[in-house]
Write a protein that binds this ligand. Structure first.
Ligand code: ATP
Ligand code: MG
Length: 567
């Protein structure tokens, strides 16, 4: 295609709300256009990249037997009510009514729709297994849409759902999807890690995320310096922590601790390591139908609460902070809370690490008092994993040192079981002639978010550096001086020759200064370009690489072959 005929509205200025490199370059390079918070149009170049990504996803999925379908974007509310998610999903779910007052939802993910599709078409175990996917728009009314395509409200997702006769077959497909996703992200030229993930309120055992490593990523991932272990901070575990200093020795007693509230104050006062002090965090848990309660989460003073884990522990939709006044209303005192003698009706959850703890200090639930010499057998609480793994903690697999890195979540695969097939009564006849619900897996890829991930990993101070399979064009031809007829003529011939070889080529035939065109080339970020300039008089052109390699002078008779070879 020719630059003069394409709509490529490149911008000099940095758009004012853009901070991330990918957001800036996708806007400045004329790939996308903002239309509202979390809403974008794809311009010709952006659509080309999006289609490349989409095609890779499709090729790899089709190759392993997944079948593409396309479901409605507008979905009946009745399905969501049946699955219980009409309430549970919260405000991200955009609900609306039509003129006849029927309720609908703009699909943020399509478990209900796909289960409904299969329920009506698959009746027998003989039709299983089945893996259906689509690459379609999703809408989530995100509370904080940001970073361009990273967190949009409307975005393109690949969502796949598999249906099986039993867990074992579902797990086989899960592994197949993991391998397939790895091939997809490798073809896109991404450096990524597969990590253990939080399965959320949905439950289920296996859930893995695909994280593209980038400092700008919104997710914190915990990785081992020594082995392959990797997990989202929301799901990361560690070897139980040990404390080097001795445990205090005291008989159980109530101790006057006026105005000593924080863990470090208590640690100073009692001359005891925070490891032996219990930290009690009060949060308000929000549930369906506007229900809520105050919950106390108890952990070692040396640990930090991980909110997603805490939220899952009580099966809440969300946790929010509580004020001192709200605490006082139920007879709790900030700084003096603990798991013993709790006002009635208050739920307490303690971290697994406290299960057999002895000689602990904790708040007495009386103002200005703490208990000492506390052991966990006195505590009437539920135990869950609640802590956020810290850098320097020890790996659960090998004992190696754990560290943090940042990642962009580009994929999430899930062992679902019968979470949706049961409530939606999606059943088949098994080989013994009995009905049973489908055992399911679900698999997502953030197709439009992948554009962000590619650029976050591949850019410099001048612009994008698309990877080979994602680039909108394989090569660009830049005419140095478009007023020079011989240059324009040769560039046109080369353009036709490359097109005849089915190579995606962009010809910058604009009558602009060379420097100006070069800047646009670097901003747009096609892997390499052929510059047709003054050296043409000596029958030479120059091959320029976007990755910073030295340019190469090439004889005009050899340039087509050289380009073909590079591609
Ligand atoms: P996140 O934690 O980033 O909100 P999620 O866990 O809600 O993601 P899933 O429901 O697993 O995401 O969706 C599948 C994939 O869709 C994600 O892995 C991600 O790549 C992509 N995705 C999710 N939300 C958005 C969004 N608002 N904008 C763009 N892509 C998204
Ligand atoms: Mg989300």
């Amino acid at each position: 295609m020719k630059f003069t005929q394409l709509l490529i509205p490149t911008l000099k200025e940095v758009p004012n709300d853009a901070t991330l490199a990918s957001h800036i370059y996708l806007l400045r390079g004329g790939f996308i256009q903002g239309v509202g918070s979390g809403l974008y149009n794809f311009l010709p170049l952006g659509k080309m990249v999006l289609d490349n990504v989409r095609n890779i996803v499709k090729e790899e999925l089709d190759a392993v037997g997944s079948q593409e379908v396309s479901l409605g974007f507008v979905t009946p509310a009745s399905l969501w009510i049946e699955s219980g998610r009409f309430e549970k999903y919260g405000k991200e779910l955009l609900r609306f009514k039509d003129r006849k007052d029927n309720e609908f939802v703009l699909g943020p993910t399509h478990e209900e729709m796909m289960v409904n599709l299969v329920k009506q078409t698959v009746k027998s175990y003989k039709q299983l297994p089945l893996n259906l996917y689509q690459i379609n728009l999703k809408f989530r009314d995100e509370i904080r849409p940001r970073f361009g395509l990273m967190r949009g409200r409307e975005f393109l997702m690949k969502d796949g759902y598999s249906f099986h006769v039993n867990e074992e077959d579902m797990k086989r497909e899960f592994t197949l999807m993991e391998e397939t996703y790895k091939r997809i992200f490798t073809r896109l030229g991404l450096e990524f890690r597969v990590v253990d993930a939080d399965s959320g309120a949905i439950g289920g055992s296996g859930s893995k995320e695909f994280m593209v490593l980038a400092n700008s990523g919104e997710d914190t991932i915990v990785v081992c310096k020594n082995c392959e272990y990797g997990a989202n901070i929301e799901a990361a575990v560690r070897k139980p922590a040990v404390c080097n200093s001795e445990a205090p020795e005291a008989n159980f007693a109530k101790f006057h601790t006026p105005n000593i509230k924080a863990i470090d104050e208590l640690s100073d006062f009692f001359k005891v390591d925070p490891f032996y002090i219990m930290k009690t965090v009060a949060m308000r848990a929000l549930y369906d139908e506007g229900k809520s309660e105050i919950v106390l989460f108890v952990l070692r003073g040396s640990d930090t609460l991980q909110e997603t884990k805490a939220c899952n522990a009580v099966n809440a939709n969300e946790l929010i902070d509580v004020s001192d006044a709200e605490l006082a209303e139920v007879g709790l005192y900030a700084g003096y809370m603990g798991p013993l003698e709790v006002p009635s009706g208050i739920r307490v959850v303690a971290d697994d690490a406290l299960k057999n703890a002895v000689q602990m200090i904790c708040g007495a639930n009386i103002e200005n008092y703490h208990f000492i010499g506390v052991s966990s057998d006195k505590m009437n609480v539920a135990y869950h994993d609640l802590i956020a793994v810290q850098e320097g903690d020890k790996c659960i697999c090998c004992g190696g040192e754990l560290t943090y890195t940042k990642g962009i979540e580009v994929g999430h695969i899930f062992q679902l079981g019968t979470r949706y097939s049961e409530p939606l009564k999606a059943e088949f006849l098994n080989e013994h002639g009995k009905t049973q619900p489908f055992v399911m897996g679900t698999y997502g890829i953030g197709v439009s978010r992948l554009l962000v991930a590619i650029i976050e990993q591949h850019h410099d101070e001048k612009g994008c550096k698309w990877t080979k399979e994602s680039s909108p064009f394989a090569v660009e031809i830049i005419v140095s001086n478009a007023k020079d007829e011989s240059q324009s003529k040769f560039a046109e011939e080369l353009y036709q020759a490359l097109k005849a070889k089915k190579i995606k080529v962009l010809l910058d035939d604009r009558k602009e200064r060379f420097g100006f065109k070069m800047k646009d080339y670097e901003l747009i970020g096609i892997p390499f370009a052929v510059v047709v300039g003054q050296k043409l008089e000596e029958d030479m052109v120059e091959l320029v690489y976007r990755d910073g390699r030295e340019p190469l002078a090439i004889d005009i008779k050899e340039i087509v072959d050289a380009v073909v070879e590079l591609i």
